[in-house]
Design a binder for this molecule. Structure first.
Ligand code: NAP
Length: 286
């Protein structure tokens, strides 16, 4: 029987820490950390994410502003709002909810957000700093995975770590963080040959591919720690992960469920990044 890594409980404890640190920050500096979230158009999933971020900000004592822009917003209008927020001293973190409508350029938006306010850690400067191991912000989902591993007492140094998926927001930074924690890291993707042979080597297996229940028990080493980043729908439309929990759980030593594993950590790490950005701004102004 594997330990079920309780992302909800770990996230709640971390948010409580952030709330206490925020109260101390406000008492010392006289202002609260501020997060601006921009959403363009009416993607229902994005609307839910943005509402959750706004609510989470309120719960820890942040200033939260949501900018809901119409689908027809032009690149110039979006750029102008980002410029305005870059210059706004009450705002320490800026996040533009992706995906954007097709006529807008995501890379232009990411590049326009000040690296100091880039709490998603998508800006090229922040990505570069992660490579160097000298960063203020980490991308929220991989950062959340590292907290789950830490809080579960998983030793990373010297371990075989296999990351499945190489996206810029999950797989690549995840691999870099495990490497910085002295894991021996292999990254797999859709062109990897003999995938099961590679995944069976993993002491720590992180799966982020977006394919429901793809990893089955026969692909996992007995005693492995399995982290499931996937958020997929099964054949009945029910939320599930990239890992077939039923066949993997009896083999793993620890595993994240979906829902209730990695998912709750992502917004928590966004809050952590916003507090970090506010601390930076406060120390820059002193
Ligand atoms: P993505 O950009 O679509 O990337 C998927 C990656 O998986 C790609 O690198 C792809 O390889 C690889 N891949 C796809 N099929 C594969 C296969 N059969 N074998 C091996 N590798 C395969 O996805 P993402 O944005 O990283 O997201 C991955 C999953 O995590 C999704 O389910 C997403 O919803 C979830 N997610 C969850 C959170 C959270 O907060 N819990 C946050 C972000 C994402 P190629 O590069 O070769 O195409």
């Amino acid at each position: 029987m594997a330990t079920i890594i309780d992302g909800k409980a770990i996230s709640a404890a971390e948010r409580n820490n952030i709330k206490e640190e925020t109260a101390a920050f406000v008492a010392q500096n006289g202002f609260a950390p501020g997060l601006a979230v921009i959403i363009v158009g009416e993607n229902p999933a994005s609307q839910v994410y943005v509402r959750n971020k706004h609510k989470a900000c309120g719960e820890v004592g942040f200033l939260s502003r949501v900018y809901e822009l119409p689908e027809a917003t032009t690149q110039d209008q979006l750029n102008a709002l980002i410029d305005e927020l870059n210059a706004d001293d009450a705002i320490h973190g800026i996040l533009c909810q992706l995906p954007l409508p097709k006529h807008l350029c995501e890379s232009e938006v990411i590049a326009r957000i000040s690296p100091k306010k880039d709490v998603d850690a998508f800006h090229v400067q922040n990505v570069g700093r992660i490579m160097l191991g000298d960063y203020d912000f980490l991308p929220c989902t991989p950062a959340g995975v590292m907290v789950l591993l830490r809080e579960t007492g998983v030793e990373i140094a010297g371990k075989e770590c296999v990351v499945l998926g190489r996206s810029n927001i999950v797989g690549k930074p995840m691999a870099m963080l495990l490497l910085q924690a002295n894991g021996t890291v292999t990254i797999c993707h859709s062109r990897t040959q003999n995938l099961a042979e590679v995944t069976r080597r993993a002491d720590i297996l992180v799966v982020a591919i977006g394919k429901a229940k793809f990893i089955t028990g026969d692909m996992v080493k007995p005693g492995a720690v399995v982290i499931d980043v996937g958020m997929d729908r099964d054949e009945n439309g029910k939320l599930c992960g990239d890992v077939d929990f039923a066949s993997v759980e009896p083999i793993a030593s620890a595993i994240t469920p979906v829902p209730g594993g990695v998912g709750p950590m992502t917004i928590t790490m966004l809050l952590r990044n916003t507090l970090t950005a506010a601390r930076r701004a406060a120390s820059d102004s002193n």
